[in-house]
Design a protein around this ligand. Structure first.
Ligand SMILES: Nc1nc2c(c(=O)[nH]1)N[C@H]1C(S)=C(S)[C@@H](COP(=O)(O)OP(=O)(O)OC[C@H]3O[C@@H](n4cnc5c(N)ncnc54)[C@H](O)[C@@H]3O)O[C@H]1N2
Ligand code: MOO
Length: 404
């Protein structure tokens, strides 16, 4: 009998086999680079800001002269000019002098504080300051945000909008990022037809090509469909061979189980340099999952049932993409209270889909349905894990829900 691997053994295998995957890089504009992974450390060529900058509208002056100021005895300054935002001022602040300045303005020489407009009165060319000001107050110093020559973004860091902002601030127009992981997608089965065909009895529309293709978008991978292949060993082998030439990961859905027409394992094994790493996992859904390495590339045989297929993408394929890109597990999780009890009995680790209800507390309502019912996922917010040693979870128990 086949020995099934546990899911954490599979995680370890994926990590050991694919952690030094050779990724090529490419240069893209910073606005195109969002959610991509940086291919080299990025060093700032400038200080940000690259001049002492006012963070408020007010007056530039020397703070020492305000130390004795109070409501009755304001410090008095002569206004010697105005700093135009975006221009370097040609004035210097001497003792007893102040200059008007606006948010973002270049702090004039000798000034060491900007007093906020609201804390002053300007009358007949004179400025009255009623409170002591602290040195450096309301000034963003040259290099205070980002120092010249410092590493601002590290290799393998993901570029979220905030990081794109940092790149913009240091004047970058483009950035070197890892190329998107290319994922080839094959559906198999004599009963599977495309949406262009007439739905005869005993046929079903291809669902997995589309759920897998669109799941790749969520992982910022580059999917390509290779169509529907009949239950024919040679045809599947040819499609797999072609997809492997053009992709980093190939996903075959259907034909991964033990039926006479289940050709996925045979097709993988027939390829030169192939090594089957996993053939069956002790989980539900997703038991008939196959994972292989062909040369340096990965091939997944995914269960045909649409729910199992999509679940295994989220559980293992996503994990592999994270490993290749040196990312932590990026699944989002919330704690919730079970709305009703559930029983589990497969002897495998079970993943139960739940719908979340948000109110004073977050409730997780278990969803029932078979692995073939894609509509089950239509209603699911996420899933919970029930270990193989357990026989279920009781209503009221707090569970961790992994969001999908
Ligand atoms: N004797 C056994 N039979 C089965 C086992 C087992 O351990 N022993 N495992 C069951 C489990 S669990 C699953 S999951 C399925 C997976 O089987 P396959 O990966 O070989 O998938 P198929 O048999 O080809 O298809 C299963 C089911 O899914 C439908 N399907 C397939 N591809 C698509 C697609 N692209 N779009 C929509 N639906 C698809 C297919 O028509 C079947 O209904 O095996 C169990 N059997
Ligand atoms: O992958 Mo299967 O869903 O365990 O029926």
């Amino acid at each position: 009998m086949k020995v099934l691997k546990t899911y954490f053994e599979v995680f370890e295998i994926l990590k050991n086999e694919f952690c030094d995957f050779n990724l090529e890089s490419e240069k893209v504009s910073i606005q195109e680079a969002v959610f991509r992974i940086v291919a080299q450390n990025i060093v700032s060529g400038i200080d940000v800001p690259h001049f002492d900058k006012s963070t408020v509208d007010g007056y530039a002056l020397r703070c020492e002269e305000t130390f004795e100021a109070n409501d009755e005895n304001p410090a008095v300054f002569e206004i010697v000019g105005e700093v135009k935002t975006g221009e370097v001022p040609d004035l210097q602040i001497q003792k007893g002098q102040a200059a008007r300045i606006f948010t973002g303005g270049y702090v004039p020489q000798n000034a060491n504080v900007i007093v906020m407009l609201e804390n002053t009165i300007e009358e007949d060319g004179k400025l009255y300051v009623f409170k002591p000001a602290k040195p450096g107050e309301n000034i963003l110093r040259k290099g205070e945000d980002i120092k010249k020559d410092s590493i601002v973004i590290k290799k393998y860091q993901k570029l979220e909008p905030a990081q794109i902002g940092v790149l913009a601030a240091i004047g970058k127009k483009d950035v070197e990022v890892f190329k998107k992981i290319r994922v080839g997608i094959i559906s198999t089965g004599d009963e599977i037809i495309s949406q262009d065909e007439k739905l005869d009895s005993a046929k079903i529309y291809d669902v997995n090509s589309f759920t897998l293709y669109t799941s790749c978008y969520k992982e910022y991978a580059l999917p390509k469909m290779y169509g529907i292949v009949k239950d024919d060993f040679e045809a599947l082998k040819d499609a797999l061979f072609k997809a492997l030439q053009e992709n980093d990961i190939v996903l075959i859905s259907g034909g991964s189980s033990v039926g006479t027409y289940d050709n996925t394992l045979k097709a993988i094994e027939s390829l030169k340099d192939s090594k089957v790493l996993v053939d069956g996992v002790s989980i539900k859904p997703g038991k008939p999952t196959i994972i292989a390495k062909v040369g340096t590339r990965a091939v997944f045989g995914l269960p045909g049932h649409p729910v199992s297929c999509l679940f295994i993408f989220n559980f293992f394929v996503k994990r592999l993409i994270d490993i290749i890109l040196h990312q932590q597990d990026t699944s989002r999780k919330v704690l919730a209270k079970m709305k009703t009890s559930i029983a589990t009995s497969s002897g495998r680790t079970e993943f139960v889909f739940v719908k979340l209800h948000f109110g004073d507390e977050i409730l997780a309502e278990p969803l029932y349905g078979k692995s073939g019912s894609i509509n089950l996922l239509n209603n699911a917010s996420g899933y919970i894990r029930v270990d193989a040693t357990k026989t279920g979870i009781k209503a009221g128990d707090i569970v961790e829900v992994i969001l999908i």
